[in-house]
Design a binder for this molecule. Sequence first.
Ligand SMILES: [Zn+2]
Length: 341
Amino acid sequence: MTALTVLADDARHAQPGHPDRPARMAAIRNALDADPVLAALPRLRGLPASREALERVHDPAYLDLLEAFCERGGGDLDVDTYATPGSLAVVREGCGNLLALVDAVCGGDVANGFALARPPGHHARPMAAMGFCLLANVAVAARYAQAVHGAERVLIVDLDVHHGNGTQEAFYEDPSVLFVSSHQGDIYPGTGHLAETGAGAGAGTTVNLPVPAGTGDELADLYRAVLPPLAARFRPDLVLLSFGADAHRLDPLAGLDLSVAGLADAVGVIQEVADTHCGGRLVATLEGGYHAEVLATCVAAVARRLADPMAEIADPFGPTARRTRDLGTLTEAIRGRHRLG
Ligand SMILES: [Zn+2]
């Protein structure tokens, strides 16, 4: 059984003209309701994420600052990250729903699930908001699984088109979390180079897959080449997925050129890894995706794939337009750097 979490009222987190807008969640809610299979999936709700849960990742001084900033009326936290008086409640609700999903998957109530919320989280740093992100949702979920459910090794895969710098920073010296991020290498935030592989006790447990613009659906082949051997060495107890639909070819913020089916195929590789190593325990959470209809279609496709690995994926936007890039040299460089044989 696959479970979903859906934000009910995120309209309080909005800024005119900003790409992360309430229309994103509205499109997702409509797509889920329109699909009989997805409409029938259980929808979980959690309590807002507690201060204790957030402090496993975030500095208390940052949480104090964010709370005071929202109370004073909000505004711009950095050049592209805003908060409103209602933002903290919205982001804590989404993060709390994600933690409820971790409870359900780790407790065996459901096999896997997808937490749908905004704003995204993977750019949020332990000490600062960044890149539309206020709280580091997936990092908070990983720490929660370790603290509450006794997970020893958590694999986080980040499929968003941007590098998950906040997630990387949270676990850079921590060998208990393996972070694997694919991203378009030449865009925001500029981190996520092949040579960033972790430090100290965490050396080797950060794996960056910086791919070129126009990569297309071959991204799934790259995952097939590197993720199973990485997971076999790490042996995760739980797999978390930062899913971003901004890798789709129609997304306005990037140019990775994947199709809906290509994104679903990449998720399928991640799902197989969870099946092999941890009884299928996979919890996905939403990051980016700024073409609302494409986002909703991608979310529906991934939820379909989580519910049924053999599900037919509807792709109304069609296949990748350009010829796909040859990732052979990059794949070999990654395999060599991480000694994957
Ligand atoms: Zn993104």
